[in-house]
Design a binder for this molecule. Structure first.
Ligand SMILES: [Zn+2]
Length: 391
């Protein structure tokens, strides 16, 4: 693999928004693969191009369809994460509503969002599914590859095919990621972080992730992918293991905040309470709790300094699956201080004073994640959804 491939290429245009599509000769699932949602993350784009070229070159038999879609085109051309706003933080219901208003002030990422949204809507309204959405990223710190998902059972099930760590519940800490928006409409949506931005291995990791997704969704028969086992062994050699983690802490950065992470942290590295992690405005930033460091920031752009993770036990995962499958979650509404949002069947409004004996963990167990804090109420949103129409 050649590091030169990851050098900036000033060649992306709106006409190339769709990197390519494969329309299968038999009915089957639809897969949508996004890459370059962050413009300085090229590995996913290259992996998409390579997979697409190989499907065509080897004329692989394909069921269903796959669409490879490019993310932030102006940012890709300038090799920056974003120009005006992070394209992976603007998929909130309010922002989506604003898109309909033509007088709305249009920044660079809003233009990208409008085009991507139109494509996604067209795909989900003209094809039958089942649908699988993938979003390929890379990190500024060295990292084993990993998956991020909203904690729905269909996401968990699909993610469990991959021998890499899976991080749940990132939507509780980030506002407006693209895949949370898609998952909110009932679709399976997996984020994949292939490794460090400039590491050529990240391209291989993204390729493997795409191939494996195509096989497990049923688009391609495994026997057709000649080096499938090589890819699998490649992952094993990275010492990846399939474990679930949950975010317990986020160090958020305000706009322009001076922030320097201490060098040499690797993603998922174990840290102890009070360990010195970073500096900001000459002050030490120490770990508020023990756990694993996650996504330490080693680049200028970004709103997250770092996160802290904890491992989730298998027992918790199994129990929460049973609880959700048997719909025991309905009992949550009977608890004083918890009521259904009259305007949204998927949201529980929780009075933090009355329901203070409940921890967030209980809501997590039953498949709810805190979305926002509004009008003195915590809003917990249900992750397991039936498919709903995009407006
Ligand atoms: Zn990214």
């Amino acid at each position: 693999m050649n590091r030169a491939e990851l050098k900036p290429r000033n060649e992306y245009t709106d006409e190339k928004r769709i990197i390519g599509e494969v329309l299968g000769s038999e009915k089957g699932p639809t897969m949508v693969v996004f890459s370059g949602i962050h413009g300085n993350e090229k590995a996913g784009v290259l992996a998409a191009e390579k997979v697409l070229a190989r499907i065509r070159r080897e004329n692989l038999y394909f069921k269903g369809n796959v669409h490879f879609i490019l993310g932030n085109i102006p940012a890709l051309n300038q090799d920056v994460r974003f120009k005006d706003a992070d394209l992976n933080r603007i998929w909130t219901p309010d922002k989506i509503n604003d898109l309909k208003d033509e007088s709305f002030l249009m920044d660079s990422e809003t233009r990208e969002q409008i085009q991507i949204y139109a494509l996604v809507k067209e795909i989900v309204s003209t094809e039958k599914g089942p649908f699988y959405f993938l979003d390929l990223h890379t990190t500024s710190s060295p990292s084993v590859p990993f998956i991020t998902i909203s904690d729905s059972l269909n996401n968990r099930k699909f993610a469990s095919h991959f021998p890499v760590p899976v991080v749940l519940g990132i939507e509780e800490y980030l506002e407006g990621p693209l895949l949370t928006f898609i998952n909110d409409h009932g679709y399976i949506a997996l984020g994949f972080e292939g490794g460090q931005h400039t590491d050529p291995e990240s391209i291989v990791n993204c390729e493997y992730f795409i191939w494996k997704s195509l096989v497990h969704s049923g688009c391609i028969d495994r026997g057709q992918v000649k080096d499938y086992d090589i890819y699998r062994d490649h992952f094993a050699s990275l010492c990846c293991s399939h474990q679930f983690f949950e975010i317990t802490y986020r160090y958020a950065l305000s706009n322009g905040q001076d922030f320097v992470m201490r060098p040499d942290f690797e993603n998922f590295e174990t840290i102890h309470k009070d360990q010195l992690l970073a500096f900001s405005k000459g002050m030490e930033i120490r770990a508020e709790r023990k756990g694993r460091i996650f996504m330490p920031l080693y680049q200028k752009q970004g709103e997250d300094g770092f996160f802290i993770l904890r491992k989730i036990s298998r027992i918790w995962l199994e129990f929460s699956k049973v609880a959700r499958t048997w719909k025991i979650n309905h009992f949550l509404r009977l608890i004083p201080g918890v009521k259904q949002d009259p305007e949204n069947e998927f949201i529980l409004l929780v009075d933090p004073k009355i329901a203070r004996f409940l921890t967030k963990d209980i809501f997590h167990l039953f498949g709810y994640r805190q979305q926002i804090f509004k009008d003195d109420k915590m809003h917990f949103i249900k992750r397991d959804r039936k498919r709903t129409q995009m407006l």
